[in-house]
Design a protein around this ligand. Structure first.
Ligand code: B12
Length: 211
């Protein structure tokens, strides 16, 4: 099945049609993780680009985002079936002042699919909430997302708070979000940066194998 149809339908935001296509794909033995990686993720990336280029407007973007969420609700239980085993716990959230969660939720889902127990603490999370969540859930991995250049500095602050609490060394920190870069990750002392949700698990697993 041509999974680019799924990308195209996601861009149009037609939830029912999209659901039908996803069901067809899954029923014709396409792996749910491929529906996500080769259908939905490229579609959502295109939505971001089209909005930036002025080819899509906010109501359309939101329609696509809603269709993406609904598709995620449908796919999530199936991705869990793909689990490779118990890879550990991950805490993930969007930093304070930032309400964007589509990319963060996609990253969370990819880690779930790879066998992590994911504790998604949501959007607009204070530095303290991140530290408290790490203390409470004792994850091996902490993921932070920021979509605004103005909220990116919160990531460095969370890392500093973790150091102050004496727990920085117990976890691997991975950051992401459209404005985030590898250089920025190094600057603030994060362990890892992933440019997209699709590559995040691979980057993490490679790093964990070497460290
Ligand atoms: C959808 C959207 C919104 C929606 C968010 C809905 C939601 N539930 O998330 C709404 C309408 C609420 C919104 C609001 C605003 N937005 Co907005 N938004 C976007 C938009 C169009 C798409 C973001 C998105 O979902 N992309 C699709 C996902 C799949 O991509 P992604 O988030 O980058 O995630 C991928 C990777 O980055 C990575 N990733 C992301 N997080 C993480 C975390 C980890 C741990 C890892 C490993 C990977 C990872 O994996 C993901 C999948 O591959 C972007 C444009 C863009 N090109 O990014 C603007 C954009 C981010 N928004 C912008 C702005 C300015 C705003 C507002 C200030 C607008 C306003 N004037 O009110 C507000 C701010 C609200 C706030 N306080 O946060 C600007 C930011 C500019 C900047 N440089 O700071 C952008 C870039 C648009 C632009 N070109 O101007 N927005």
């Amino acid at each position: 099945m041509d999974l680019s149809k799924i990308s195209q339908t996601l861009i149009t935001g037609k939830s029912d049609e999209l659901r039908q296509l996803i069901e067809e794909a899954v029923n014709s033995d396409v792996k749910p993780v491929d529906v996500l990686n080769q259908g939905l993720l490229p579609g959502m990336d295109a939505v971001g680009q089209k909005w930036k280029a002025g080819e899509m407007f906010m109501p359309e973007v939101l329609r696509s985002a809603k269709a993406m969420s609904k598709s995620m609700d449908y796919l999530r239980p199936m991705l869990k079936e793909d689990e490779l085993g118990n890879a550990g716990t991950m805490v993930i959230g969007t930093v304070a002042g930032d309400l964007h969660d589509i990319g963060k939720d996609l990253a969370a889902m990819m880690f779930e699919g790879a066998g992590y127990k994911v504790v998604n603490i949501g959007i607009d999370q204070s530095n303290e909430s991140f530290v408290n969540a790490v203390k409470e859930h004792k994850p091996s991995l902490l993921g932070m997302s920021a979509l605004l250049t103005t909220t990116m500095p919160r990531m460095g602050e969370v890392i500093n708070s973790l150091k102050e609490a004496g727990i920085r060394d117990q976890i691997t920190v991975i950051i992401g979000g459209a404005p985030v870069t590898e250089e920025f990750a190094q600057e603030i002392g994060a362990d890892l940066y992933a440019p997209n949700a699709g590559s995040a698990v691979e980057i993490t697993n490679e790093y964990l194998q070497q460290n």
